[in-house]
Design a protein around this ligand. Structure first.
Ligand SMILES: [Ca+2]
Ligand SMILES: [Ca+2]
Length: 200
């Protein structure tokens, strides 16, 4: 109730501004706390009430509480003439300026994202069908430990979509890409090619 009353007081302050000009210095504002400020029992707002509330008005407005179902809006980045594709709860964009895998990873990070992590068949299908092209980087690598393929985000890597006989050249090809026209993955050395960023 106090909060509602204070909004009413704010309006009273504006309406009484001229009157306050000559009288506010005479009021013991320093001795009045915000908790003291309220509408009188007869509903009138006193000058003392208004003076006490004045410094606090900006702090009284309740900030909107985040909704548990609010949709993040991260899909605002990306190069000119390119768009983030929203799906699977995340955003994806392919960048066609060829970069080696590490440079591609860094560029995605600079866009508040990461090289795409395809952790389910659904995500694989969505990304491949929306922005995927053959020979574009994804965020899968075994550079830290040969043979142990990890996503750049640390997400579980139980799902994979390797093409036939991939990954091959163990210890030599450390980076994952869309490797054929069906979206199956290939491991490759860090050549320069397009890449796909994802944002949460
Ligand atoms: Ca992902
Ligand atoms: Ca390979």
């Amino acid at each position: 109730m106090l909060r509602l009353s204070l909004y009413g007081i704010a309006g009273a302050i504006l309406a009484s501004a001229a009157f306050l000009g000559s009288s506010r210095n005479a009021l013991p504002a320093s001795s009045v706390t915000p908790q003291d400020a309220d509408v009188n029992k007869d509903g009138a707002v006193t000058i003392a009430d208004a003076i006490a509330v004045l410094p606090h008005i900006g702090k009284l407005a309740p900030s909107p509480s985040p909704s548990a179902t609010a949709t993040p809006t991260p899909c605002t980045g990306g190069a000119a003439n390119a768009r983030w594709t929203v799906g699977n709860g995340h955003c994806y964009q392919r960048f066609d300026t060829p970069r080696n895998w590490s440079a591609a990873r860094n560029d995605c990070a600079a866009r508040a994202g990461y090289l795409a992590t395809l952790t389910s068949q659904g995500e694989q299908d969505f990304v491949w069908s929306s922005v995927g092209i053959v020979h574009s980087w994804i965020g899968f690598t075994d550079e830290a430990s040969t043979g142990t393929w990890l996503w750049v985000t640390g997400e579980p890597s139980s799902y994979t979509n390797w093409g036939l006989n991939q990954p091959d050249n163990v210890g030599f090809e450390h980076y994952g890409e869309f490797g054929d026209n069906s979206g199956f993955w290939n491991n490759l050395t860090s050549v320069a090619e397009p890449y796909i960023c994802e944002a949460p």
